[in-house]
Design a protein around this ligand. Structure first.
Ligand SMILES: [Zn+2]
Length: 477
């Protein structure tokens, strides 16, 4: 019944007049949305379709990297893109009265983060296992969705309740960004990841046999991927042994699951890709990549997630950039975290921390490596590690990542393609990531033109997820 209840809530929200054809005009946004009520008794129908929506006269970025198209009309029905007309004037749309002038607005696929985390931090931004509750997970999924990130991969440190939540979400019973997950993930005893996650949130196998059992338990939950951590933290931590890593990768592949690895060093990345890992979940940051590494990634088809915001998050707030004043940023941060990030104590600590210089250097190398790997034709995806530690902010960080990728030398359309069509390919999601007929109606309406100015993605006029319009967030101006 809960399913019907939340669907009913959505229908009520979408229908503001008792008619078969409903026109909802958002005057403040000059965005017109039509809805058809195709049902009379919502609580009794088996399959509830979403409202029909017509978006006219848009600039369309389709997510493939192709140039934008102007004056496009999109028809959304039943949660899908029913059709796209390149000529608005001759488009046969099944309604009248929806001709709001949307010139100047852009529609693009909503974002997919292939590396995020859920419900790990308390209001101050510190890791706290008690935070991982169903309520907090859903709250965070809703935040991603409001920010236009409608699919996320929760890449480790999940409690097993995530599997049940994901399954309920597939039935339409849980709102927010669509979640895929690795479950707990597999770390190293007394090593990475360093947070004090308990046994119910992380595996730390002591030998290969235990590692295989951990993979099997994760696979039995129908996880979407397996996650491992390969990092000795500048010699401070023990690293996952080769035989454990090999056992995990072979067992995962036997169970039909691919493996994503946290990495930092070039030599670790090279070794683990040679072992058959499928996704590098961070940039190589200790050294510039070399030709043989590039050739290796290309020959194996390995995916590479730059996560530039990871390195920047260690120091950017101490530099007090202008964006910290924006509503778009502030709305993504709990008040206590905001107070901490803007405090003199925090700034002084970061600026005097001997690791800060290392983080700045890591960021510079990661940025350089992204451009080189992209130009060489390596599979580049998109992720942020949002939600993992202080200052990695669900929703906000994804828009920041797009800018950092552009600053690295990608064009805005290339960065957007990484976060949409590339990531859909990376996660084998054939129903999203590109705007064309029959794909999910997962899209953003943007004030401005992100193909020219990537920061326009933060000027969100509307988010659609499965054809439902998501509650508006105040956009950055
Ligand atoms: Zn992570």
């Amino acid at each position: 019944m809960y399913f019907y209840f939340i669907q009913f809530k959505r229908i009520i929200r979408d229908m503001t007049a008792p008619a078969r054809w409903i026109l909802t005009i958002s005057l403040s946004l000059a965005l017109a949305v039509t809805a058809i009520a195709q049902r009379t008794a919502a609580a009794t129908v088996q399959h509830i379709s979403t409202p029909l929506t017509v978006l006219t006269n848009m600039r369309l970025i389709d997510g493939t990297g192709a140039p934008p198209r102007d004056h496009v009309t999109l028809v959304l029905a039943d949660g899908k893109i029913q059709k796209i007309c390149d000529d608005t004037k001759s488009c046969d749309v099944p309604t009248a009265g929806t001709n709001a002038n949307l010139v100047g607005k852009t529609v693009m696929p909503s974002l997919i983060s292939a590396h995020s985390h859920l419900a790990l931090l308390n209001a101050e931004g510190n890791f706290d296992s008690a935070q991982y509750t169903e309520e907090n997970v859903i709250k965070q999924l809703e935040q991603y969705e409001r920010y236009g990130v409608t699919t996320i991969v929760s890449l480790g440190l999940n409690k097993d309740i995530i599997f049940d939540l994901r399954d309920k979400q597939k039935k339409g019973q849980v709102d927010g960004a669509t979640v895929l997950t690795v479950g707990r993930g597999i770390g190293v005893p007394n090593g990475f990841p360093p947070m004090g996650a308990g046994d119910n949130q992380l595996y730390r196998p002591k030998d290969a046999a235990e590692a295989r059992r951990d993979v099997d338990e994760t696979a039995d939950h129908h996880a979407d991927l397996i996650k491992i951590w390969i990092d000795e933290n500048h010699g401070k931590f023990p690293e996952m042994s080769d035989d454990i890593a090999r056992a995990i990768i072979s067992e995962a592949h036997k169970r039909g699951l691919r493996v994503a690895a946290h990495v930092y060093k070039l030599e670790d990345a090279r070794r683990i890709v040679n072992e058959g890992v499928d996704i590098l979940a961070h940039s190589v940051r200790d050294k510039d990549v070399d030709d043989s590494f590039i050739a290796l990634l290309k020959s194996k088809g390995t995916w590479y997630l730059p996560t530039l915001t990871v390195d920047e998050s260690f120091f950017v707030y101490a530099d007090r950039p202008d964006f910290m004043q924006s509503t778009f940023f502030r709305d993504s941060v709990p008040a206590e975290t905001y107070a901490r990030l803007t405090s003199d104590a925090y700034r002084n600590k970061v600026l005097s921390d001997k690791d800060t210089q290392q983080h700045r250097q890591d960021f510079t190398i990661a940025t350089r490596n992204l451009k080189r790997l992209y130009d060489a034709g390596v599979n580049i995806g998109f992720g942020t590690d949002s939600g993992a530690v202080l200052g990695r902010l669900p929703g906000f960080s994804e828009h920041r990542e797009l800018l950092l990728m552009v600053n690295a030398g990608l064009t805005p359309l290339q960065a957007i393609a990484c976060a949409t069509s590339h990531n859909a390919a990376e996660m084998h999601l054939s129903d999203r990531g590109t705007l064309k007929a029959d794909m999910n109606a997962d899209l953003l309406v943007i004030d401005g033109d992100p193909s020219k100015n990537i920061t326009d993605t933060s000027h969100i006029a509307a988010v659609f997820h499965h054809g439902h319009r998501i509650e508006h967030i105040e956009s950055a101006k």
